[in-house]
Design a protein around this ligand. Structure first.
Ligand SMILES: [Zn+2]
Length: 266
């Protein structure tokens, strides 16, 4: 097994991981990230690995994201911010989702809350679309930024198109205040063409590797592009951004370009 601790400590550039689920990572990850140059993270609300039974359970999760996690991160010099929502998987339960959406506003003014996310689609169902649009409505009413999860694998292209159509269908949505995340080679262009930010999620093996992300930068440029690890409790690696930095250097990209992609844009 490659030792990613060793591999990833020589990035020597400050960076921000704008999509990582630290509640499911151990404290040693904060240590490794801080050593590798991580100065801030943003943590979208997501699925816990099981469907939660009540809105109170989400209220506790939002307290976890806004109270405990920023303190844990601060011990390693990392600034922690977050996004709030009920994720696409649990959005299949419309009644529960509406209850959760009704409690979000009282958390929005807490320090470190960046906006509504990661909302989006999982299996591209009607219920997911209903709750996606209700989250967008909340974000518009409260003037919050939006972070969008796009489905994986076979559902990705169709789901991304559906999301872009829903967002473009509402004239009040300002594309530059929305990130379409987990883009791949076939979905990055529609997201950028519509004026949205595009997030490249770096996975250790399958899906988008750091090298494939560099390919995308070379094809589509750097404007409105960010990169993240989306580290969570599944196979993922919080050290993927340092790996991305090294992959960019190896391909001859200058420090200003790298700084823009991993720090300034985030
Ligand atoms: Zn995520």
């Amino acid at each position: 097994m490659p030792d990613s601790t060793h591999r990833s400590t020589d990035a020597s550039m400050y960076y921000i991981d704008p999509h990582i689920h630290m509640v499911s990572r151990i404290t040693d990850d904060y240590v490794r990230m801080a050593r590798a140059g991580c100065v801030a993270v943003s943590e979208p609300a997501f699925w816990a690995g099981f469907d939660r039974g009540s809105a109170e359970s989400f209220a506790d999760y939002f307290r976890h994201l806004t109270e405990f996690e920023p303190k844990r991160a601060a011990q390693y010099g990392i600034h922690h911010t977050c996004w709030l929502c009920i994720n696409a998987k649990e959005a299949e339960n419309v009644a529960l989702s509406r209850e959760v959406i009704s409690i979000i506003p009282k958390f929005l003014d807490r320090p470190g809350v960046l906006g509504i996310g990661e909302i989006g689609l999982n299996k591209n169902t009607k219920n997911e679309c209903t709750i996606f649009l209700e989250h967008v409505e909340l974000a518009l009413k409260t003037d919050e930024l939006i972070l969008v999860h796009t489905p994986h694998l076979a559902d990705k292209y169709k789901g991304t198109r559906m999301i872009i159509d829903m967002l473009k269908g509402d004239g009040r949505v300002k594309p530059h205040r929305v990130i379409i995340d987990h883009v791949e080679e076939h979905t990055i262009k529609p997201a950028l063409d519509a004026g949205f930010w595009a997030g490249m999620t770096l996975y250790p093996v399958t899906k988008c590797t750091p090298e494939r992300a560099v390919d995308m930068v070379e094809r589509f440029g750097t404007e409105r592009i960010i990169a993240n690890s989306a580290g969570d409790w599944g196979p993922s690696d919080p050290m993927n951004l340092p790996d991305f930095i090294r992959a960019l250097r190896a391909r001859g990209h200058d420090e200003m370009t790298i700084h823009k992609l991993v720090l300034r844009h985030a």
